[in-house]
Design a protein around this ligand. Structure first.
Ligand SMILES: [Zn+2]
Length: 324
């Protein structure tokens, strides 16, 4: 999370205590370690495939054509569930960072630990968003949700309530430590006609959980066929999907959606990590939902929903299959 790499400070003979949370003891420790281990050892899998914020900023700065991706942030939480702040606070902070569009994606009711929303609360939040958008203050706020998905790929919200939203993210939050291949779980979730984006697809967390495994060529290929986007969750300890898998997503031509998963206004700054991952993974800007105008995004989402509703034989819809 430091704005500069520690190695750069050492090379420039600057003090490491310039970095947040580094005191004299840690500075000495890092210096000794860098001197004795000039070749940084590969991190273990649970800590590999993560980018520093300094690196992300350098990558984005080297690709000015990607600045349009930084105009939209498609995942964040408010005090309605487990976030710290109001919609207005998040929107004002996002506008200060140059965002023209944000999606408010609070949790759905099954995720009780986050105080997840039921349909009436979702509708009430939607009215607040409409009022804010009517005032015309930037950014444009999308009515959205991060809906919990069962391992069978089913959601927990009424399909009509979801259809009124601008963007529906679906995410797995349970059985994330299974070691066997989860390709079928992904294929079912992608075909769920109620979701537009599969959020933090692997469910990995830095130094805590490796995340799920599957045949990414098949999963990304199916996502491309269906039009369901795969997310780059830019939260620093998630970075999910990562650069390696985004290379597969790019090759298969699937859509990508980038969001910070911010729970506080400060965390909205992490969007660059997600954009840098898209760049490094070789994803084309024409496959990134963030790069679409508001109107083009609405048209795209509408078309994909219509196609999935009519063509989904293996589609797992929301309430019925959860009960079934
Ligand atoms: Zn989540």
């Amino acid at each position: 999370m430091w704005p500069e790499e520690a190695t750069q400070l050492v090379q420039a003979d600057r003090s490491l205590t310039e970095l947040t949370a580094v005191g004299p003891f840690t500075a000495t420790f890092i210096r000794t370690w860098l001197r004795d281990e000039p070749d940084t050892p590969a991190p273990p899998p649970i800590r590999s495939g993560f980018m520093t914020l300094a690196r992300a900023r350098a990558v984005v700065a080297a690709h000015p054509e990607w600045r349009s991706a930084l105009r939209a942030d498609h995942q964040m939480h408010t005090e309605e569930t487990d976030g710290s702040s109001s919609i207005d606070d998040m929107a004002v902070a996002a506008a200060a960072l140059g965002r023209a569009r944000i999606a408010i994606t609070d949790h759905s009711k099954t995720l009780r630990i986050t105080n997840g929303m039921d349909e009436p609360r979702l509708a009430a939040q939607g009215r607040l968003i409409d009022e804010r958008n009517l005032r015309g203050d930037p950014p444009r706020v999308l009515k959205a949700i991060e809906m919990d998905l069962t391992p069978e790929g089913a959601g927990d919200m009424d399909a009509e309530a979801l259809a009124r939203l601008d963007l529906v993210l679906g995410a797995f939050h349970s059985k994330l430590r299974l070691k066997d291949d989860q390709t079928d779980r992904y294929l079912r979730a992608l075909a769920n006609p109620d979701i537009d984006v599969l959020a933090h697809p692997r469910g990995r967390i830095y130094n805590f959980r490796l995340g799920l495994t599957c045949d990414w060529v098949r999963v990304a290929g199916r996502a491309a066929e269906l039009g369901t986007a795969l997310e780059i969750d830019a939260y620093p300890d998630r970075q999910d999907l990562d650069v390696e898998r985004l290379g597969i997503v790019a090759a298969q031509g699937a859509w990508v959606s980038i969001g910070t998963d911010a729970h506080t206004p400060d965390e909205l700054a992490y969007l660059e990590i997600g954009v840098a991952a898209a760049i490094e993974g070789g994803v084309g800007r024409e496959r990134v939902l963030n790069c679409l105008s508001d109107d083009a995004l609405a048209a795209h989402v509408g078309a994909v929903r219509a196609r999935k509703q009519t063509s989904g034989d293996d589609a797992t819809s929301t309430i019925a299959s959860r009960r079934g």
